[in-house]
Design a protein around this ligand. Structure first.
Ligand SMILES: NC(=O)c1ccc[n+]([C@@H]2O[C@H](COP(=O)([O-])OP(=O)(O)OC[C@H]3O[C@@H](n4cnc5c(N)ncnc54)[C@H](O)[C@@H]3O)[C@@H](O)[C@H]2O)c1
Length: 339
């Protein structure tokens, strides 16, 4: 028997006060006002100012049992699960938190999506799942993560896939890479290299580069990613697909820093201890063009110029420092307390 069409027009976004979640909510409110947006967020990594006034917002952990009540009340048709703590380099030092917050919380979201017949779950995984693989990373490549964050994202992907096989949950897994732009958290010293540099520049500090800076990464402007994220939910071709999302143009960290200094018109860099990270990480993008109509429209200099304008208008906030690491052994000097 054909399934009954989902009549509801509500979309649930987890991580709605964060960077991608709040940008997605703004985009849906602006482009698809026929949908009601409901958001949840712990506000640990995002900010109330990011939350669009037209959305219904709950301060809540995605791993919380209370999430069932949100699903029961709003009956979302699509769920964007963005909530995560994406500090990849820090994840070996906050291991149990990483798995609880990323894997266990995702399991709770998956449970509710199955129980409430969500039409599609869109999960933002990460390029971190490719780990030691050989770039450019293709979606068909076998995952080989090198840190707990990448392992957590891969575990979530597998769990979602299995929920699809056993319970018929429809899903789309997106693997974004180094997305940047306005509303990104620039006050967290553990993640988002471009945002860290902007914060350091505004504080009159040198911009830190880990190791020799020759590691290569691709950077993706948020505005280019939003329409494809919409199609990840709504296009039949995105059903049960894993898709890389973002720019195929890669830079060494030194080159990206040179672009940043040009955009800012000032700044200096300093090399610090190398981290445990992959040397080169950049993906293929053809599948995103084909299925999600992704276009790499915004080059790094132009995207950074927009973000820098925004960053300078932001309120003063203290830089976030993890209150108590789970493990101090092997911690890099630049993250030790009382540096
Ligand atoms: N920005 C990128 O470059 C990038 C790249 C690859 C993958 N991703 C993934 O995209 C998603 C969004 O990333 P972002 O850059 O917007 O990060 P972000 O930190 O700006 O947003 C995440 C939001 O989730 C919230 N959150 C964290 N754990 C939560 C929980 N258990 N329950 C409820 N809320 C919680 C945080 O408070 C934050 O507001 C994440 O899953 C991240 O792993 C991002």
């Amino acid at each position: 028997m054909a399934s009954i069409p989902h009549m509801n027009k509500t979309i649930l976004i987890t991580g709605a006060a964060g960077f991608i979640g709040s940008q997605m909510a703004d985009w849906i409110v602006g482009n698809h006002p026929e949908y009601e947006v409901v958001g949840i967020d712990t506000l640990r990594g995002g900010f109330p100012e990011n939350v669009h006034p037209k959305i219904t917002f709950y301060k809540m952990d995605a791993g919380d049992a209370e999430l069932a009540k949100i699903f029961a009340k709003h009956r979302p048709v699509y769920v964007y699960h963005f909530a995560a703590y994406a500090a990849e380099g820090l994840s070996p030092f906050i291991r149990t938190f990483n798995y609880r917050n990323n894997v266990v919380a995702t399991a709770n979201v998956v449970n509710q999506c199955i129980a409430y017949d969500v039409k599609r779950l869109i999960f933002t995984s990460s390029m971190a799942v490719y780990g030691k693989g050989k770039p450019p990373f293709d979606e068909e490549a076998a995952p080989a993560p090198i840190d707990p964050y990448g392992i957590a994202k891969y575990a979530c992907e597998l769990d979602i896939e299995v929920a699809g096989e056993q319970h018929g949950l429809d899903w789309c897994v997106i693997r974004p890479h180094n997305v940047y732009g306005p509303k990104q958290n620039i006050w967290d010293k553990y993640r988002n290299v471009l945002g860290i540099w902007m914060y350091q520049q505004m504080k009159g500090e040198a911009m830190t580069i880990f190791g020799d800076g020759e590691q290569k990464r691709a950077f993706s402007y948020i505005g280019d990613c939003l329409p494809p994220l919409w199609r990840a939910a709504t296009d039949p071709r995105a059903s049960k697909q894993i898709i890389n999302l973002g720019s195929g143009v890669f830079y060494s960290i030194n080159e990206a820093n040179a672009v940043m200094r040009k955009v800012i018109g000032a700044g200096k860099d300093v090399h610090v201890e190398a981290r445990h990270e992959v040397k080169n990480a950049y993906p293929t993008w053809q599948k995103s063009e084909r299925i999600l109509d992704y276009h790499d429209k915004t080059n790094l200099a132009d995207g950074l110029a927009v973000m820098w304008q925004w960053a300078q208008k932001q309120p003063e906030r203290p830089q976030f420092v993890w209150p108590e690491y789970e493990l101090e052994k092997g911690l890099y000097s630049f993250w030790k307390k009382n540096d």
